[in-house]
Design a binder for this molecule. Structure first.
Ligand SMILES: *Cc1c(COP(=O)(O)O)cnc(C)c1O
Length: 409
């Protein structure tokens, strides 16, 4: 076997030492960042074995020593992160992605083909709406949006080709909740009459609550997706996404990631693993305390028409909130997100919001006009004209024309 002593130092500096204990993570308090794009395969046989083992449902990824090949397929920092994330949601497996949207796309797409049907709640993340209605529609996947809190409407919307029920709770941005138990009980009942091929899967985007504040798999939901960019990453410095679900989905998710290419960079995985996840609970606790005070202030403020925050007594779905929004110790966890509306007609409310946000943008130090969430700064944004502007006007409040007394933005 070749030995590094047979090479000039400069060659070893380029090619690395032949043997290194650096791949042994057992004794590292913090995992090393490993940014190699590809991995030494040692022999043709081991290379072939690596390809044979990748995304192989017969290999237990949790216990088998992986043969790493190429970062887009699998990589140690992602692997360590995925184990922790699966644990955080009490799921059987987790597959990470480059962004939350890459994870949302994977979670939905592995379950549908042309001719299939998706049901989703009307209030969903703008890009998720775009993925379903702009892209999947082009590939012959039908979608119906229906208020999932109206069980009768949901039952009549379910078709023989319905494969996915997709939603967020709390919904971005309205903070409306969906009753997890009601959905999973109904889907379980319907699935008991269907064959293996036509089972309906439930997918929830749990980004708003984070695994600190809600673990939907414990309520019978099949798949959880997260934008790791938000509460889990926690500092607004890295993007990422994850799908957590049953072991049976691990192979299709890994293959989807390999072929669509939305793999999480090891650097981002390392940051989320090292800084984001260890501080999640302490950040969420503090942000929740602040959110409660801000929501109470807004609730009592005469210039605000309506505040939606699960921690307020006025929250219309308080009973559902108390039942399913529970932190890792079992205490009520209303979260760190607040939605509020300003008074007037929809058009007046729309322009009042823009006026308020411009005032904050110019005058506030501690509230920043920016999209995203879950960072250590308080952010404010206007969904109707920003993150949710792709959602058709009937479901958001963008007016046809500027009302009297308001400047056109
Ligand atoms: C931000 C967000 C996403 C998308 O995540 P990215 O990391 O930006 O791709 C999806 N769902 C919700 C609820 C989000 O807030």
């Amino acid at each position: 076997m070749a030995h590094e002593n047979n090479y000039r130092d400069r060659s070893v500096l380029i090619h690395g030492k032949f043997r290194s204990e650096k791949w042994d993570f057992q004794d590292h308090i913090i995992p090393p960042i490993t940014t190699a794009v590809s991995f030494r395969l040692r022999s043709a046989e081991r290379g072939a074995q690596g390809f044979q083992q990748f995304a192989n449902p017969e290999i237990d990824r949790a216990s088998a020593t992986p043969i790493y090949i190429y970062d887009r397929l699998d990589e140690p920092c992602q692997g360590l992160l995925e184990e922790t994330l699966a644990f955080s949601e009490k799921g059987e497996c987790a597959v990470s992605f480059a962004t939350g949207m890459a994870a949302v796309a994977a979670a939905i797409d592995i379950h549908v083909k042309a001719g299939d049907h998706i049901i989703h709640h009307p209030a969903i993340y703008g890009c998720t709406h775009g993925h379903i209605h702009m892209w999947l529609a082009r590939f012959g996947v039908e979608a119906t949006n229906i208020n999932l809190n109206h069980t009768d409407q949901l039952i009549s919307a379910i078709q023989p080709n319905t494969k996915v029920i997709y939603f967020e709770t709390p919904c971005n941005p309205t903070m409306e909740l969906i009753d997890l138990k009601a959905i999973t009980t109904l889907v379980k009942e319907i699935n008991s009459t269907r064959d293996q091929e036509s089972q309906i899967v439930t997918i929830i985007d749990n980004t708003f609550a984070s695994p600190y504040g809600q673990r939907p798999i414990e309520h019978g939901i099949d798949f959880v997706v997260h934008s790791l960019t938000k509460h889990i990453g926690g500092f607004g410095a890295t993007m990422g996404g994850v799908v957590i679900g049953p072991k049976s989905a691990e192979t299709p998710l890994l293959l989807y990631r390999k072929d669509f290419g939305g793999s999480l960079s090891p650097d981002a995985a390392w940051h989320i693993l090292t800084y984001g996840i260890p501080t999640l609970a302490v950040r969420m606790e503090r942000q929740q305390t602040s959110a409660q005070r801000v929501a109470e202030f807004l609730d009592l403020n005469g210039k605000v028409a309506r505040v939606a925050y699960p921690g307020l007594d006025s929250f219309p779905q308080k009973e559902i909130a108390l039942r399913q929004m529970r932190d890792i110790d079992g205490d009520f966890a209303p979260g760190a997100m607040i939605y509020f509306e300003l008074p007037g007609t929809p058009a007046e409310s729309y322009y009042r919001a823009i006026k308020l946000i411009n005032h904050i943008a110019q005058n506030s130090l501690s509230i920043t006009l920016a999209v995203s969430l879950g960072q250590i700064r308080s952010l404010i944004e206007h969904p109707a004209s920003m993150t949710h502007s792709v959602i058709p006007p009937k479901t958001n409040s963008k007016p046809e024309s500027t009302p009297a007394g308001f400047d056109s933005p």
